[in-house]
Design a protein around this ligand. Sequence first.
Ligand SMILES: [Zn+2]
Length: 307
Amino acid sequence: MKTGIIITDTYSNHNTGQDHPERADRVTVVIEHLKKKGSKNLVWKKPSKFDLKYLELAHDKAYLNNINDAFPTKGVNFLDGDTILSPGSKAAARDAVASIITAIDGVMNKDFKNAFCAVRPPGHHAEKQKAMGFCVYNNVAVGAYYLLEKYNLSKVAIIDFDVHHGNGTQNIFYNNEKVLYISSHQYPYYPGSGASNEKGVKDNVLNIPLVAGTQSHEFLNAYDSIFKKLKEFKPEFILLSAGFDAHKDDPLAQINLESEDFYTLTKRIMSLAKELCGKKIVSILEGGYDLNALKESVDYHVKSLSE
Ligand SMILES: [Zn+2]
């Protein structure tokens, strides 16, 4: 079976303004590079429409109403200092959520073995009732709830290897023992959360804080405790919050991974997924702000998923 690559028509109309690090070029370079390589192991998909009720599982209704009102018909609207909405943002943000749902359906229906969603805006900083850090809807959180609701799963793991802590995902699942949220991230750093003593009400959160300057081998060693926790939890499905900003060339953080490290990391996650959950993995793009590093790192990640 192949790896699904989910891409949207709308990401490029989410206009965050000139010089914003979370810009449309990020996704464009990733898609163009994967298309140019033309791997036969990939199957390309567009997201289907989804029932908006699934957004309400991850976010408060009042928040969703506020966001709906905040999507501008012209000009831009700032949700916080760096989370910006333009007229194209509504379709892009909904399609990012639709992508993870389409990816999950594809894996559950065995249309493809696993999937990567090349989308924006990212999601892991969006809390139950707060937009933040370039994120509007928490894509991966809606995906996890979708697995619980639609497919009746009782254990879903989210591994977040973005260099920033996914405060939003942690916030949404802090009391929910059906979801194990695991994050490795630079700490102390933006957004401020992610200390190792933040463990979730049901011991369902594992934070692995890493100091600035962490090198590849230290980063990969830190995953030993993550894999131990995953084995104890025994997830039925693994979602990846795939941020590539722990790369040494990334301008937004100071962890020193090489592009190839995302191959190694993904391979290790895949071998656990084989043992624990019949290889069921859906990965969705979060951060990664150096275009060349992002392009190379996603290439290694997808190569690993598709082998
Ligand atoms: Zn990040």
